[in-house]
Design a protein around this ligand. Structure first.
Ligand SMILES: [Zn+2]
Length: 594
């Protein structure tokens, strides 16, 4: 007979065991329940993608043999025209795209307000000529949000040589009634390399390699914004001195493309980052001039020849508090379990104003429209909802996509310190961790096109390693269309960044450059003629297949770990107390107890 003590301990052990058995059972049940409620992007991904090659072929046939992408292109570029954010044309483009999506069979086609932008503006007409010592017709256009000259103004030209506020002092009392030529003449090199280039194998190979640079990169934007701060002050100074108008030279493009009639009329020639806001508005008429036109006046002035210039800048302001809108439309999901989940596709609808914004980003817009048309024409029954987003305000800071993402998925609170609120949002420091909304768990991915009219050659994986093997399988049947390359590289400067910033897989495709950087990007030559029909048709097919695959697979696309922008500074700070033999830093020595 066991002793009382033994009995007790046996009971205790049995009790204990039974307790731990039920705990283990509970734990495994919890884990199962957890698995069930876990978003599918957190679960292990299948090694093999279940591809519907019949659908690949149907999409190819609809997009390559029955393309309508150039009809969308002509209607948008020729029919509506430039689409500067805040302008009446952009409003028309928002409404037209919404109506087109509805007409092709999309559901829920509507506009979403992302907030107040600034001034509505359009250029009605601009001409600039030299009236003495000779007559000459110049190539020039109004800088966006330039004031109107209210009829022609004629004045002596003065070259203002100023790199900072101190340099402006010497022009006090000397500019009244003058046409200010503001900016150094640059070297105009011959166009001895092609302006129009496809990526060759060597280029794609380099693109596939991830560049490692651990040293702190120079902050290009900080320098750019500083320069614009000075230019805003310079513009105010010219106005206070009663100058009649301002002329700035056009910048250059890739492979010396900024010549021969091409002008780049964007914020590079700008007189302040926030020039579109009434409180930063420039009071004088300002034009961007072709470098050869600028050069002639510049050389004459340098040689002390009196030059007179006449300019007429007819611009119209259509409101001080215009809001920005995104065009949104859907093909609803059909799987009861998955239809609340979405895959998104898009690009930006807004453009600059000196041409019709065909490659930036009419191309991305009409391709997204063609993607939706193809999928509607094929009557696809996607498991997840397919949603298109056409963003606006991209050129001034990706406002439309960030606004949409903030309203639906999440945002990073931004510092409101006085030195921070002066900066464009994308330069402001975070004030805390990411704030997420429930919809953030329901979006599988976003696909963007905004690098011109060139066809798709692959995908920038945006450092999402888990997506590589998936996309590798998706592009295998697309090799014959030239889609071959995946790179871990991040690419920036467009709307997929808004999604990436809140932990949603967002991708910009790798595209052939063609003449995007050399001639079309933000230029007066960005017209319908620059669009390459075959490239756009290819891009629509590839993008439609990516969207379709995302909508149909069992799981959502795998994600990177959530970003923590609020920890960046701390993670980059130098390690402390590292160097053997180093004396304690002063503040360390001052601490009590030291
Ligand atoms: Zn763009």
């Amino acid at each position: 007979m066991p002793s009382r003590k033994m009995l007790f301990s046996t009971v205790a052990i049995v009790l204990c065991l039974s307790f731990s058995v039920s705990a283990a059972e509970k734990k495994s049940k919890d884990a199962k329940a957890d698995e069930a409620t876990k978003p599918s992007y957190e679960m292990p991904q299948p090694a093999t993608e279940n591809l519907d090659l019949t659908m690949y072929q149907r999409i190819r046939d609809e997009g390559l043999s029955h393309s309508h992408v150039m009809e969308f292109a002509s209607a948008l570029m020729d029919g509506i025209g430039p689409r500067l954010t805040g302008s009446p044309n952009l409003k028309r483009a928002n409404e037209w795209t919404r109506d087109q999506f509805a007409a092709m069979g999309c559901s829920n086609a509507h506009l979403e307000d992302w907030g107040e932008f600034g001034m509505g503006w359009r250029q009605l007409n601009t001409w600039v000529r030299m009236s003495a010592p000779d007559t000459a017709v110049f190539i020039a256009q109004a800088l966006p949000w330039s004031a109107s000259s209210h009829g022609p103004v004629n004045g002596r030209a003065v070259w203002v040589d100023a790199k900072d506020e101190k340099d402006l002092e010497k022009y006090k009392g000397k500019l009244a009634g003058k046409i200010v030529f503001f900016g150094e003449m640059r070297e105009v090199k011959p166009v001895d390399k092609p302006l129009w280039e496809r990526r060759d194998d060597a280029n794609l190979k380099t693109t596939a390699e991830f560049p490692v640079h651990i040293a702190q990169q120079e902050d290009f934007f900080a320098t750019f914004v500083k320069r614009l701060e000075f230019r805003e002050k310079a513009g105010a100074f010219f106005a206070a001195e009663h100058a009649a108008g301002v002329v700035v030279p056009s910048r250059d493009g890739r492979n010396n493309g900024g010549s021969g009639g091409t002008i780049f009329d964007d914020s590079s020639g700008g007189m302040g980052w926030f020039i579109y806001q009434r409180e930063h508005a420039q009071p004088l008429p300002i034009v961007v001039m072709a470098i050869e036109s600028y050069g002639r006046v510049y050389r004459l002035l340098k040689a002390n020849v009196p030059v007179s210039v006449e300019m007429d800048v007819e611009t119209e302001f259509t409101g001080d508090h215009e809001h920005g809108f995104d065009t949104i439309a859907e093909i609803p999901g059909s799987d009861p379990k998955l239809k609340e989940e979405v895959v998104m596709v898009g690009g930006h609808l807004d453009s600059w104003a000196s041409a019709t914004g065909a490659t930036d980003n009419g191309a991305g817009t009409v391709v997204a429209m063609e993607v939706m048309r193809i999928l509607n024409a094929l009557h696809v029954q996607p498991r997840r909802t397919i949603r298109v987003g056409l963003w606006t305000g991209e050129e001034q800071g990706e406002f439309g996509s960030y606004g949409y993402v903030k309203q639906h998925f999440g945002f990073v609170p931004l510092s409101t310190a006085p030195d921070q609120v002066m900066l464009p949002d994308f330069m402001r420091k975070p004030a805390g961790p990411l704030q997420l909304k429930p919809e953030q768990q329901k979006i599988s991915g976003y696909f963007n096109l905004d690098n011109g009219t060139g066809k798709i050659r692959g995908v920038n994986l945006q450092e999402n390693a888990a997506i590589g093997p998936i996309f590798q399988q998706w592009i295998a049947p697309l090799q014959d269309l030239g889609v071959s390359t995946l790179t871990m590289r991040n690419t920036g400067g467009t709307d997929h960044e808004a999604f990436d910033a809140v932990g949603v897989p967002g991708f910009q495709f790798i595209q052939d450059a063609l003449d995007y950087g050399s001639r079309t990007h933000h230029s007066n030559q960005d017209t319908y003629e620059r669009l390459q029909p075959d490239d756009l048709a290819q891009a629509a097919v590839v993008e439609a297949i990516f969207v379709y695959n995302t909508a149909m697979r069992d799981q959502m696309l795998p994600r990177k770990p959530l970003p923590h922008p609020e920890l960046e500074e701390q993670r980059k700070a130098a390690l402390k107390n590292l160097m053997p033999g180093a004396e304690a830093a002063e503040e360390e020595a001052k601490k009590p107890g030291n």
